[in-house]
Design a binder for this molecule. Structure first.
Ligand code: IVH
Length: 677
């Protein structure tokens, strides 16, 4: 069991969750499974309950959500797009069923069960029968207007019955599995990185700014499963939604042909919920689209409307997600991989098998200890596990076979450069210490630098980096910016057009935000959140070079370990040289603006803590207003807190504020001060 025993580890955990949050919601390229993500969040929650003094105002528990995609118009949802509460165990379903029965005061509530599509939520609005807007979920309150792209999806009517004054429907954009495979085949031909799963592929496509490009690619589908607003029609039951929308010509489950079993139905007990889930699980493989669970919604829409949702989800619906899928296959060989920081990871080369909708031929084995503990040997029959989005892993191996090969032994030298591997103190992992010259480390570093977590250079990926490296054209980051068209044309498969695309991509990457450059260069313990803080605090890369450990410790959220790592990295001559070279070839990081605030405002530069419930606004609104004045909001009252704002039913923070002599404001006083803004 992973534990968190220091503030630095706590902060690293926050960063880790933010990173995955961003991968999932903004990049639509998750690196871990939902289960693993949930486990991280649970660990964070546990840590925060044990160490409330560590809680950072920017912890993911304080603000789990996503920002709208860049480049599209933002639209505020008339009705928020909430998410669904999740159940993993039967007991949770029982509790859910009982709770709903209690809330609506009925012994046997009826539910509507349907599949949980693995796609992207969408809200489409028809006014007087015309499709006027399609908006992504975004953070649930504000999403991105993707109408142009949405219209390119085949099967979406641009017009429905004009008698209908207003209809806002909710549904899911998804990529059918067949189209997903074709799209990946095409990408493979073009040497582009493959999409990990259909959801990412769909998200990547719908994010295209040029709808013509999307229309050309095609392949996306949509299914509607809900109604958010309706005038003058009045649908009263969830089970009618499918039929009504279908009659109007909107795509629903009814438009999907050749399904082995309707992926929905009326459910009257927990027993039926279990049976429905089982049935769907059985037909999962034959469905033409990806699903990751089932959803149960209270069937009566009037009763649903009468039960107010929580901030995050309705109280009358629940999602039951499938666990990861497991299959047996043959382990052909164990190879070791060198990461960008030199960490050596053993990887299983497998007899390809189908798991959770994709073909798996490699799986991670984590480290030598794990291989020894599970006694996994080359040639073994092994059990592979893969959740929807995850990197597959080897769960166990079959020890009963005769004539097994001898136990696998971790190599002592780096497979790329031959340097003797070392153990870093306190770590399980082995590393190749040859950071300066190990080819594989350099290639991985470069690939990270140009990739999604780095400068995100269009048309440049691992394949190109390997080719450039092999020809000695690129050894360090700045070499990329010195590439010429002639050089590119000497590479196999690169013609005029792709050479131009590559050069344009590189040119466009010359003005990264400072925090993006920091992430691209890679500083240990500095993830997305930390990079943003550091960039906002320092304002320029030069300034970071001169920051001392003490100054860094003064920045909110930066602890010992992180501060030491930043100082050490920026003092490293190799790192300095690389940054200088980048500046010289014209990579100029954009100054990260500090929040402006209002000069002379009593909250400017001050730190505030809220306790209890405000009657005039939500916590988020209050925090935004405080930030606009130049203040920050935190969760814990310390000596450094300037004001504590007290709402209804305040918690222990009020007492603490009194004890520490922190200035206390009533909601009224707070509003008065805000009004000065
Ligand atoms: S109903 C209050 N029905 O799941 C949320 N959602 O966690 C109402 N999803 O953002 C959503 N299949 O993208 C609903 N049959 C289904 C769904 C479904 C997939 C997704 C949707 C939503 C997320 C909620």
């Amino acid at each position: 069991m992973r534990t968190v025993s220091s503030k630095a580890e706590y902060e690293a955990l926050c960063d880790e969750i933010w990173h995955h949050n961003r991968c999932y919601f903004q990049e639509a390229a998750p690196e871990i499974s939902d289960e693993e993500f949930d486990a991280l969040v649970r660990l964070l929650e546990k840590t925060e309950s044990e160490h409330p003094e560590w809680i950072s105002p920017t912890s993911p528990t304080q603000r789990l959500g996503e920002k709208p995609l860049e480049g599209f118009q933002e639209v505020t949802h008339e009705e928020p797009m909430l998410s669904l509460e999740k159940a993993f165990e039967k007991e949770e379903l029982v509790a859910f069923y009982d709770r709903v029965a209690r809330l609506i005061d009925r012994f046997h509530p009826a539910f509507f069960g349907e599949v949980k599509m693995d796609g992207l939520a969408i809200s489409a609005t028809y006014e007087k029968g015309q499709l006027v807007r399609a908006v992504t979920r975004g953070d649930g309150k504000v999403g991105s207007d993707i109408t142009q792209n949405f219209k390119t999806i085949k099967g979406i009517p641009l017009r429905i019955d004009s008698e209908i004054e207003l209809l806002e429907v909710r549904g899911e954009i998804y990529l059918p599995l067949k189209n997903f495979e074709e799209m990946n085949k095409e990408r493979e031909k073009q040497g582009l990185p493959l999409w990990a799963n259909p959801r990412n592929a769909a998200a990547g496509s719908i994010k295209l700014l040029d709808s013509r490009e999307l229309a050309k690619r095609g392949g996306l589908s949509c299914v509607f499963y809900g109604i958010a607003r309706q005038t003058p029609i009045k649908v009263q039951f969830q089970h009618e939604v499918v039929a009504v929308l279908h009659t109007l010509g909107l795509p629903t489950y009814l438009s999907m042909r050749h399904l082995p079993f309707p992926p929905y139905g009326i459910i009257k007990s927990v027993q039926e919920m279990m049976e429905f889930q089982q049935k769907i699980l059985e037909i999962r493989k034959s469905l033409p689209f990806g699903i990751d669970g089932v959803v149960f919604k209270l069937d009566s829409l009037d009763e649903t409307a009468a039960i107010l949702p929580t901030l995050k989800h309705p109280r009358t619906a629940i999602a039951w997600k499938f666990g990861a899928e497991q299959v047996w296959t043959q382990l052909r060989e164990i190879v070791v991989q060198v990461g960008r920081t030199g960490v050596i990871t053993p990887v299983a080369e497998l007899e390809p098998v189908e798991v959770s909708g994709s073909t798996v031929s490699r799986a991670t084995l984590h480290n030598a200890e794990e291989i020894a503990r599970k006694d996994i040997r080359p040639g073994d029959r092994v059990l592979i596990e893969k959740g929807g989005d995850v990197i597959p892993k080897v769960v166990e191996s079959d020890h009963t076979a005769k004539n097994r090969q001898p136990p696998w032994v971790m190599p002592m030298i780096c497979p790329s450069c031959g340097t003797t591997l070392v153990h870093t103190e306190g770590e399980v992992a082995l590393r190749c210490p040859n950071h300066r010259h190990c080819p594989e480390q350099l290639i991985r570093k470069l690939t990270h630098f140009v990739g999604k977590d780095g400068l995100d250079i269009e048309h440049v990926g691992e394949k190109l980096i390997r080719a450039l490296f092999a020809r000695n054209l690129v050894r360090s980051y700045h070499d990329l910016f010195k590439l010429t068209k002639e050089q590119l044309l000497t590479l196999e498969g690169i013609k005029e057009k792709s050479a131009d695309n590559i050069l344009n991509g590189i040119e466009a990457a010359k003005g990264p935000h400072l925090h993006v450059l920091l992430l691209a260069l890679g500083v240990r313990y500095v993830g997305q959140g930390m990079a943003q803080k550091l960039a906002a605090h320092a304002g320029s890369i030069d300034k970071i070079f001169s920051l001392t450990k003490e100054e860094l410790l003064g920045v909110e959220g930066i602890g010992e370990e992180v501060a030491e790592s930043i100082v050490a990295t920026f003092a490293d001559p190799l790192f300095r040289e690389e940054v200088e070279n980048l500046l010289q070839v014209g990579v100029i990081p954009q100054i990260t603006q500090k929040p402006v605030g209002i000069e002379g405002h009593p909250f400017n530069g001050k730190s505030l803590v809220l306790t209890g419930t405000l009657t005039s606004m939500s916590r988020t609104e209050a925090s935004k207003k405080i930030e606009a004045c130049g203040g920050t909001t935190g969760e814990t009252v310390t000596k450094k807190t300037d004001f504590v704002i007290v709402g209804e039913k305040p918690g222990s923070k009020l007492e603490k504020a009194r004890k520490l002599g922190v200035r206390i404001l009533s909601e009224e006083e707070f509003l008065k001060l805000l009004a000065n803004a």
